[in-house]
Write a protein that binds this ligand. Structure first.
Ligand SMILES: [Zn+2]
Length: 152
């Protein structure tokens, strides 16, 4: 492998959207202000999200209930959340297509949190006073430890 090889950007089509994501449309996973622009979603995260939907056996909603529930966020949207005080993070795995905020209309937020932990998302964020659970694909290569946080 040469230096040129390692610097080359390679984009592969890994499958048609409906085959890769049978449970979630693009409109559900991308912010409205990403329309017409190039935004990437993490392939492994997308597969895991769809497997998780099968695991829980109930519909899961993304992009539901306001701006803060998103799959892929634009930088503009992230800055809007910072200005509203809904997050302090200028960077977020939502910007990298590696995080999802999920609601399960059939079940409690606590139930969804327990299901996400059982399913071994690398990080699970729980907001007892809210209607969603954050899951993401942060790297656990260094520690191999699942991250969990609770925001009250
Ligand atoms: Zn989130």
């Amino acid at each position: 492998m040469t230096v040129t090889d390692t610097l080359a950007l390679r984009i592969e089509k890994l499958g048609d959207w409906d085959d890769v994501s049978p449970n979630f449309t693009q409109d559900e996973l991308f912010s409205p202000d990403t329309i017409g622009k190039v935004f990437l979603i993490d392939y492994e995260a997308l597969l895991k999200l769809n497997r998780f939907r099968g695991h829980v056996g109930y519909p899961l909603l993304v992009n539901h209930g306001g701006n803060h529930l998103r799959g892929v966020r634009s930088a503009k949207e992230q800055m809007g959340l910072v200005k509203k005080g809904l997050t302090s993070a200028l960077s977020s795995l939502h910007l990298q297509g590696k995080a999802f905020d999920l609601t399960c209309p059939n079940k409690s937020t606590k139930w969804l949190k327990d299901a996400a932990l059982e399913f071994a998302w690398s990080c699970v964020g729980y907001y007892p006073n809210s209607n969603f659970v954050h899951v993401d694909m942060r790297s656990t290569e260094l520690t191999g430890i699942q991250t969990y946080y609770e925001v009250t």
